[in-house]
Design a binder for this molecule. Structure first.
Ligand SMILES: Cc1cc2nc3c(=O)[nH]c(=O)nc-3n(C[C@H](O)[C@H](O)[C@H](O)COP(=O)(O)OP(=O)(O)OC[C@H]3O[C@@H](n4cnc5c(N)ncnc54)[C@H](O)[C@@H]3O)c2cc1C
Length: 399
């Protein structure tokens, strides 16, 4: 039997570079994981170089995701920009039930971290630019992916010209933004009819590294510590409830928000630019595509209530890299290899989707009496240690 390094050398010699469509956080992490193993990779990214670096969208990184970035050597750069979450405080508007999770109860240095999308993209791009086996093509917009028994091909536009590349393995990591119509791939989508409003707010009191998850009759909201004094806010609710909030004056917006959130961090002093996006749950239903695999948000999109989506995407990248490294050269991109990858991801993805959907449904149900049960549930949950332990493990490491 051949050793792993022999496999890798042969894989490089026998196969064309692995193609990754989409150089967002998930695609870029996969490229880095593969490059660190000496594998050749071509990344096609639609945006201009540096265009993502100003994205202030806050990503909630689990403890397990931080460990992936640490192994890749990019965390050292990011550590000063990330804000640790040491406590998660869960409450419900209009009830006394509440629950708290503390990192020190689980022997973890933090429960998670908050990081801006822009900082993460810049660090990953910097690390990739130092990898000799990676060719990162910016402003390359994939328009079509096709696959046959032996290969998959990507047609893309770059500087006004159309190009086609093929490989035994093409990875779609476009965030589910562009290439939905590919033969052999079907998706199941559930529209929540809810939007998420995202922005940053500053409060009167320090955050003390506490993240707040609050369930209101309109929908859940998360307030994540971000930087020395600020919080990133994700506020969800029906579209008709959220949209008017975008055009309120800052003072009126902060008043409404304070009314829903309560007094835990004092008054809210200022708010940055607000934007909203529609929420949906989607997942791949059938994947019958030899030589093509889908990861990250392109494979599954979740409600942001529990901050699971991005972390599940990073675990997709880690698991796919392990499957690629373990595959023999002639099996790279084969149905057998891709079936093994999909099997390795099934329970984590399903768990993330079900857990998120469960939270959204139980806390969005306004039927008389259910709300009392919920707050009793939160209080009870606060004293049941194994349940909390399970939850922390799940949020930190997936399945
Ligand atoms: C508006 C918005 C706000 C969000 N806010 C939050 C939040 O507050 N907190 C949170 O935890 N999560 C949030 N999310 C989810 C989070 O951003 C995703 O979980 C995460 O970005 C997934 O990473 P990804 O690499 O799979 O996809 P993406 O980050 O979407 O990256 C996909 C990449 O593919 C590129 N691309 C797309 N189409 C093509 C193409 N045809 N050819 C080449 N390249 C292409 C894109 O330019 C992009 O760089 C938000 C998502 C959206 C859409």
């Amino acid at each position: 039997m051949k050793g792993l390094s022999e496999n890798l050398n042969e894989k490089c010699a026998m196969n064309k570079p692995i193609i990754i469509v989409g150089g967002g956080p998930v695609g870029a992490t996969l490229a880095l994981l593969l490059a660190k193993q000496g594998l050749a990779v071509t990344v096609l990214e639609a945006r201009k170089q540096g265009a993502a670096y100003t994205e202030s969208r806050a990503l909630a990184l689990s403890y397990g995701s931080k460990r992936i970035l640490e192994k890749l050597g990019v965390w050292a750069n990011l550590a000063t920009k990330a804000t640790a979450i040491n406590t998660i405080h869960v409450s419900q508007k209009g009830s006394f039930g509440r629950s708290q999770l503390h990192a020190h109860d689980y022997q973890q240095e933090a429960l998670g971290y908050v990081l801006s999308y822009g900082d993460l993209s810049a660090s990953l791009d910097e690390a990739l630019s130092q990898q000799a086996t990676v060719s990162f093509i910016f402003e390359a917009s994939a328009e079509n992916i096709s696959h046959t028994e032996n290969t998959a091909s990507v047609t893309y536009q770059h500087q006004g010209e159309s190009h086609t590349l093929s490989s035994t393995l093409v990875v779609l990591a476009d965030g589910g933004r562009s290439l939905d119509e590919i033969a052999g791939l079907t998706k199941e989508t559930k529209e929540y009819g809810h939007d998420a409003l995202i922005t940053k707010v500053r409060a009167e009191l320090p955050h003390n590294n506490v993240a707040y998850e609050r369930f209101t009759p309109h929908g859940p909201m998360a307030l994540l510590p971000n930087g020395a004094q600020d919080f990133s806010l994700v506020w969800t609710g029906k579209k008709e409830y959220i949209t008017p909030m975008l055009s309120l004056s800052d003072a009126d917006f902060l008043r409404q928000f304070h009314e829903q959130f309560g007094d835990r961090v004092g008054q809210f002093l200022s708010v940055e630019k607000r934007m909203a996006f529609p929420l949906k749950l989607s997942q791949l239903k059938t994947v019958e595509t030899a030589h093509l695999v889908v990861i990250g948000n392109a494979a599954q999109t979740m409600h942001p209530v529990a901050g699971q989506g991005f972390n599940v995407g990073l675990r997709d990248a880690e698991s796919l890299a392990q499957t690629v490294v373990a595959a023999t050269p002639e099996k790279l991109g084969s149905t057998e290899m891709l079936t093994a990858y999909q099997a390795s991801r099934k329970s984590d993805t399903k768990g993330g989707l079900l857990f998120t959907d469960f939270l959204v449904n139980i806390f969005s149900n306004d039927l008389l009496g259910v709300s009392g049960l919920r707050s009793a549930g939160l209080g009870l949950f606060d004293v049941i240690k194994p349940v909390k332990q399970h939850l922390v493990r799940k949020m930190s490491f997936g399945k």
